[in-house]
Design a protein around this ligand. Structure first.
Ligand SMILES: C[S@@+](CC[C@H](N)C(=O)[O-])C[C@H]1O[C@@H](n2cnc3c(N)ncnc32)[C@H](O)[C@@H]1O
Length: 316
């Protein structure tokens, strides 16, 4: 793996604004930059799909919040209750977001959608991870920027968030939950409008549809993927690590002809990039934090090597 300043194959030949360091190996490009800065200089019509898990709440990756997470109390990170002797990882608590935080989120996604739009080829799909409490703050800005909402993918997952009895009144209200216990994770699915018919767009830009699971089975909007396994967590100890079993299903669907470049503007430890690599797809990952960029550099090739069983027990 090399680490150097480079010209991006998605840029217009100019060095990227905001790029501090980048590493490239095989079909991957890992960029240490602010995603909004990177998008502002990326070449038009150069990305064929986006699969990303953005910094929801924005606040959760601020140094003060990460410090509270490390100390184990307070802030946006909530420590889920321990069951079966296993301590769960902290989760962001989006119910603490206030109106100024929500306004900031809306503005962030407005800027993201506006900058992504010209960089994507017509027919490019965007898969964006969200959660039931804040998804509306993403969807509306994407639609306002010109994207078509094509659906929502439901990942069945048991996060242990919600479902608790009223705080400090557990016994009095023994039969009450304040919120439903969350058992699913929504992923917004958007598309930049096609040029002409889908078939025309597929021929010209290689995008517009989703890759089928098999000739007999279309990609579906209900996915089962267990949380990241211990071995994945050991390789990539990022607080929001997504499992390879999920990411490989998504990146595969995102390039209908298996050709083109997938972008993850918020790659964290690089689970999207690793999934693309495992499937032989080209990708670009952006990460702003020094710590997580370094983590991705070492984690991506190791995550990509893992054998992940699909629901038929086949290895990928
Ligand atoms: C939810 S995490 C993604 C985790 C990833 N799915 C994984 O499996 O490791 C979001 C990431 O976006 C990064 N980030 C936040 N703001 C950013 C920005 N403006 N540009 C690039 N990266 C950013 C955070 O440091 C964090 O690592």
């Amino acid at each position: 793996m090399q680490s150097r300043r480079l010209r991006t194959n998605t840029g217009n030949g100019a060095l990227l604004t905001g790029l501090r360091e980048a590493a490239r190996f095989g079909a991957h490009e890992l960029v240490h930059a602010d995603a909004l800065d990177w998008l502002a200089t990326a070449r038009s019509n150069s990305i064929h799909a986006v699969v990303t898990d953005p910094p929801y709440g924005l606040v959760e990756y601020r140094p003060a919040e990460l410090a509270k997470r490390k100390n184990g109390h307070g802030g946006v990170w909530r420590i889920p209750p321990s069951f079966d002797g296993h301590q769960r990882s902290p989760l962001p608590r989006f119910t603490v977001l206030r109106e100024p935080d929500r306004a900031q989120l809306r503005d962030f996604f407005r800027q993201l959608a506006a900058r992504l739009f010209p960089v994507l080829v017509p027919g490019a799909h965007v898969f964006i991870a969200t959660n039931p409490l804040v998804s509306y703050l993403v969807y509306e800005p994407f639609i306002a920027a010109g994207f078509e909402k094509r659906g929502e993918i439901i990942r069945v997952v048991h996060t242990l968030r919600g479902g608790d009895r009223p705080k400090n009144a557990h016994e009095e209200f023994d039969e009450i939950s304040v919120m439903p216990k969350s058992c699913w994770e929504p992923w917004g699915l958007f598309r930049k409008p096609c040029q002409g018919r889908v078939q025309d767009n597929l021929r010209k830009w290689k995008t517009g549809g989703l890759r089928r699971i098999s000739p007999d089975e279309p990609f579906k909007d209900l996915l089962h993927a267990a949380p990241a396994r211990g071995v994945e967590r050991a390789i990539a100890p990022h607080p929001s690590l997504k499992p390879q079993s999920l990411m490989r299903q998504l990146v595969r669907a995102a390039l209908p002809l298996g050709d083109g470049v997938i972008l993850d503007p918020f790659m964290g430890s690089g689970s999207t990039i690793a999934a693309a690599s495992a499937l032989g797809l080209r990708s670009v990952g952006i990460e702003k934090s020094d710590e997580y960029f370094r983590l991705a550099q070492q984690a991506v090739p190791r995550l990509a090597e893992l054998i992940v069983k699909d629901r038929n027990g086949q290895g990928e």
